[in-house]
Design a protein around this ligand. Structure first.
Ligand code: DLL
Length: 433
């Protein structure tokens, strides 16, 4: 059974007709109610009336994470604050986070979209969904939660961490569907085995995983460990959260709900549109958002679109799994991190230089970050106590900025290789591509 057959199995003509109507409306609302769009469109001399066809979207400028950051916290909202009922937030590139605001209707739409996603994974009212995503400003917890309730399953809002308790609950409650980041899934399986529980014996029906990049080898490992199919869930805070696109039983791409989102693929170097099947940067327009209209958002995620009909019967376009980003954002334990956040923190601390390198690895299935920081020439490496104090201070400051505890190593001045072009700030040893 398809959750919303009328929507998900529409003809291409109907999809286009609905998209055009909604796009015209979204652009008009953004122009009329959000000073950011109003100023930008006026300056460029493009107006809502100029959108006569779907292709006309190319006349509109892109919106970036930095644009949203500059409107921090509520500057992108298109409705008065009293109509906003929930906010979520994610990291910004240079400090300020991005805030996403939802009206009651936006939350209803989010539930619908995530319900479609869970239905694609074969999850419904007979299921018990254990949601290991964090409940808080991160969209993962609440987004999955809303969808799970909408399809009528029992949702276990256990949130992140407490790995041994997670396993106990899976067993005791008879969890049938797990939601996790791929790295956490593998870790869960390992801890279960340590506890003498074979993850296969839990009897999972489906796994939903996302929020960070993964490889087919990782999927295979997760599926083998739990003996259950694993489906990719994609989304981002700016557009909504999880549920923008989800994988169906074919497991070869994610359906984007095109009655809510208009996807484009561009060449990230010149902004030109790329054709079906060509890899480039994904641009997304939210066609329905009341609280915060998002027009032509540069996701920086690399993928390609495919329009041929899918075996599952759904007609919405499919995107490939994300294979990279055009910027230096990394996701660690599901948390988005920019090197600039580390840099900003280092600049606040005496005795260290803003020369650093971030090393991300996955030594025991869980992500670990080590930040190597150059000490200033005037501190003495034989002053053990002083070194320990500085190291701890940096760790505390970084934790305060990114929300994760990292390991800091202080190294000799000038020991990080200098580069003439872009400095290599991140060394990702996880092999995610
Ligand atoms: O990660 C939303 C989410 C929550 C998706 C739970 C899936 C499950 P942000 O924290 O704003 O939102 O991060 C968005 O994460 O631009 C991608 O780079 C990356 N990302 C999200 N899902 C996937 C995925 C949530 N399935 C950013 N595969 C996006 C690869 C993903 N990367």
């Amino acid at each position: 059974m398809i959750w919303n057959e009328e929507a998900e199995c529409m003809s291409r003509e109907d999809i286009k007709e609905i998209q055009l109507k909604k796009l015209q409306n979204a652009v008009k609302k953004a122009y009329e109610n959000v000073p950011y769009y109003n100023k930008k469109y006026t300056k460029l001399g493009v107006f809502p009336e100029d959108i006569g066809t779907l292709e006309d979207i190319a006349k509109l400028p892109f919106t970036t994470k930095d644009d949203l950051r500059e409107s921090y916290p509520f500057g992108m909202f298109a409705v008065p604050p009293k109509k906003i009922v929930e906010v979520h937030s994610s990291s910004g590139t240079t400090g300020k986070p991005v805030v996403s605001g939802y009206t009651r209707k936006d939350l209803d739409n989010w539930s619908e979209l995530m319900a479609r996603g869970l239905n694609m994974m074969g999850v419904g009212e007979d299921d018990i969904i254990q949601n290991t995503h964090g409940y808080g400003l991160f969209t993962g917890g609440f987004g999955i939660h809303y969808g799970a309730q909408k399809v009528g399953s029992i949702v276990v809002p256990i949130s992140t961490g407490q790995t041994r308790r997670q396993i106990e609950i899976m067993k005791d409650f008879g969890t049938t569907a797990m939601i996790f980041t791929p790295s956490y899934g593998l870790y869960l399986a390992e801890v279960a085995k340590e506890e003498g529980i074979d993850p296969k014996s839990i009897g999972l029906k489906a796994i939903g995983f996302g929020a960070e990049m993964w490889t087919e080898e990782m999927r295979k490992k997760i599926q083998d460990q739990f003996r259950a199919p694993a489906f990719n869930i994609y989304g981002l805070t700016e557009l909504m959260g999880p549920g923008v696109a989800v994988e169906c039983s074919s497991q070869n791409g994610l359906h984007i709900s095109e009655d809510y989102f208009l996807p484009e693929i561009i060449d990230p170097n010149n902004g030109n549109k790329l054709d079906e099947g060509q890899k480039g940067e994904l641009i997304l327009t939210n066609l329905e958002r009341e609280g915060m209209p998002i027009i032509r958002f540069r996701t920086k995620d690399i993928t390609a679109l495919h329009y041929e009909k899918c075996d599952c019967g759904r007609c919405f376009v499919k995107m490939d799994r994300i294979t990279g980003r055009t910027d230096d954002m990394i996701k660690v334990k599901g948390v988005a991190i920019f090197p600039s956040q580390i840099e900003k923190t280092l600049l606040k601390i005496d005795n260290v230089e803003p020369h650093y390198q971030i090393i991300v690895s996955r030594p025991h299935l869980l992500d670990e970050i080590e930040v190597k920081v150059e000490a200033s020439p005037d501190i003495f490496f034989d002053e053990v106590k002083e070194m320990v104090n500085i190291k701890k201070k940096i760790e505390d400051y970084i934790e305060n900025e990114i929300g994760l505890r990292v390991k800091v190593s202080l190294i000799e001045p000038k020991s990080i290789p200098r580069s003439e072009g872009k400095a290599v700030r991140v060394i990702d040893k996880r092999d995610l591509h």
